[in-house]
Design a protein around this ligand. Structure first.
Ligand code: GAP
Length: 459
């Protein structure tokens, strides 16, 4: 693990962002729990996505159930094709993703099929990381299977959904008719997804349980390209404007033929520069008529849209935007982490965009006397309805500032002896550490204004 990753994982635990799942039992691989500050950060990211995607005329929201009819996954192609190539160490029985092993050996896999990769193993005489022989490559299906009801037979099989998208496809006509939507329109959803990943790695990056934020945009066949370009631009803007990710840490990655998911005709990923290298955070996919066409065939139900103006019926094509909420949190944490030297000491500061920071403002009486705590408590109570505030009167003011820097609180408001004279407080800004005096009556407006106009120092 890189140095920054180690520090980040440690800070996340120490400060209540992320804990290992079932830690007291030794943990469960690929599962993480969000602590008090982590859940606040995650909720803020989800809320920001939800607002940007659904507070518009042409996109509706839904929340579909995780368990769905098993036929959904046959129709969607996941039972047959949601596989990763896997090899096993023949001595230790450890399992590895073949494309990851090949990439570590310097083989670019983006355009390779499963058979190409299998051939490469033989050609290179590839061994396991422990130097042992590998078993023959095989496809591993990543869906978790379980049963509904008390009888465990083939008729009761269900899957934990590996993507939220299918809950949208099977509801597309319900939503269209209930909301009287006309093409083009979209349906957005946030929810848990599960994948039995062969290997999990890099903290929240690749886990077995995670959350997705997906939107399917239904368009007239032939108009996919136009909407694909539109959503590519919209989604990238959200990274920079809503999350404050500097453009220099983002880039596009177009899927090669070997990389395309079974449903996709074209795909572009937004990659972020993580401490462990560039990798995917979001995928924009042109799914064509694949999903609705499949569901029409497997369910035997008409899923055609009736275009009143043209008086024609057709199965819409779909442009999808698909991003992990958990992986976005990982990106936001990595992007925020910073260290700098201040007066001979290292200051660790999480430079979150104020709009998604878990705590917005800390209220700090300079000392615990002269009525300062009472004034501070009154300010806290007045702000609490509007902002997530935190009150702290314990310890030297410098130490309290550092604690807030470490959890990324953008503003500290200090009540001091001048407050007693002129009803002003000091507002200390996290990134620059600059301090100004602000009248208590202007405080909310001042903080709201600064939050709206914030820019990441690296942007
Ligand atoms: N519906 C399309 C779909 O699911 P995907 O590229 O497989 O596409 C979309 O996944 C996003 O979901 C990824 O870009 C990533 O952010 C997130 N994601 C996928 N697998 C993940 C995992 N194992 N752990 C965390 N996030 C994951």
């Amino acid at each position: 693990m890189s140095d920054v990753m180690e520090k980040l994982v440690s800070l996340c635990k120490r400060k209540g962002f992320i804990f290992q799942s079932s830690e007291i039992y030794g943990g469960l691989n690929g599962c993480w729990d969000y602590g008090p500050l982590g859940v606040e950060l995650l909720r803020n990211i989800k809320e920001s996505w939800w607002r940007s995607m659904t507070y518009r005329e042409d996109v509706e929201g839904i929340d579909a159930s995780i368990l769905m009819h098993a036929k959904v996954w046959e129709a969607s192609g996941h039972v047959e094709g949601f596989n990763d190539p896997m090899v096993e160490d023949s001595k230790t029985n450890e399992r590895f993703r073949l494309d990851h092993l090949l990439e570590e050996a310097g083989v670019e896999c983006t355009d390779l099929t499963f058979d190409d990769m299998a051939a490469k193993v033989a050609e290179l005489g590839l061994k396991s990381p422990k130097g042992n022989e590998l078993t023959a490559p095989r496809q591993f299906n990543m869906m978790f299977r379980t049963h509904v009801g008390p009888v465990e037979d083939s008729a009761s099989v269900v899957y934990l959904r590996p993507e939220t998208a299918q809950g949208i496809f099977v509801n597309y006509l319900n939503v269209q008719q209930a909301m009287r939507q006309k093409l083009p329109f979209g349906i957005a959803q946030i929810g848990k997804a599960f994948r039995n990943e062969i290997t999990t790695k890099n903290f929240l990056f690749r886990t077995r349980e995670f959350e997705q934020m997906e939107m399917q945009y239904f368009v007239k066949p032939g108009e996919e390209e136009k909407w694909f370009d539109y959503w590519k631009q919209e989604r990238r803007k959200w990274f920079t404007e809503a999350l404050g990710i500097p453009a220099s840490r983002l880039r596009w990655h177009e899927h090669g033929s070997g990389e395309l998911a079974h449903y996709a005709r074209q795909a572009f990923d937004i990659h972020f520069e993580f401490p462990f290298g560039w990798d995917e955070v979001e995928g924009i996919h042109n799914r064509g008529q694949f999903d609705l066409g499949q569901h029409e065939e497997f369910s035997g139900k008409q899923l055609k849209y009736f275009d009143e103006a043209a008086k024609e019926k057709f199965v819409p094509a779909v442009v999808e935007t698909s991003i992990g909420a958990s992986r976005s949190t990982m990106m936001v944490l990595s992007n925020a982490y910073d260290e700098e030297e201040v007066k001979g000491e290292t200051r660790t500061v999480m430079r979150f965009h104020p709009k998604i920071a878990p705590l917005k403002v800390a209220i700090l009486p300079l000392v615990k006397r002269d009525g300062m705590p009472d004034i501070a408590r009154k300010i806290e109570a007045d702000l609490r309805d509007h902002l997530r505030v935190f009150y702290d009167e314990g310890g030297a003011i410098g130490r309290r500032y550092r604690r807030m820097d470490e959890v990324g609180t953008p503003f500290c408001v200090t009540v001091d002896s001048d407050t007693l004279e002129d009803d002003t407080v000091t507002v200390r800004e996290r990134d620059s550490m600059e301090q100004n005096r602000v009248k208590i009556t202007d405080l909310l407006g001042e903080l709201t204004n600064r939050m709206a106009n914030w820019k990441h120092p690296a942007a």
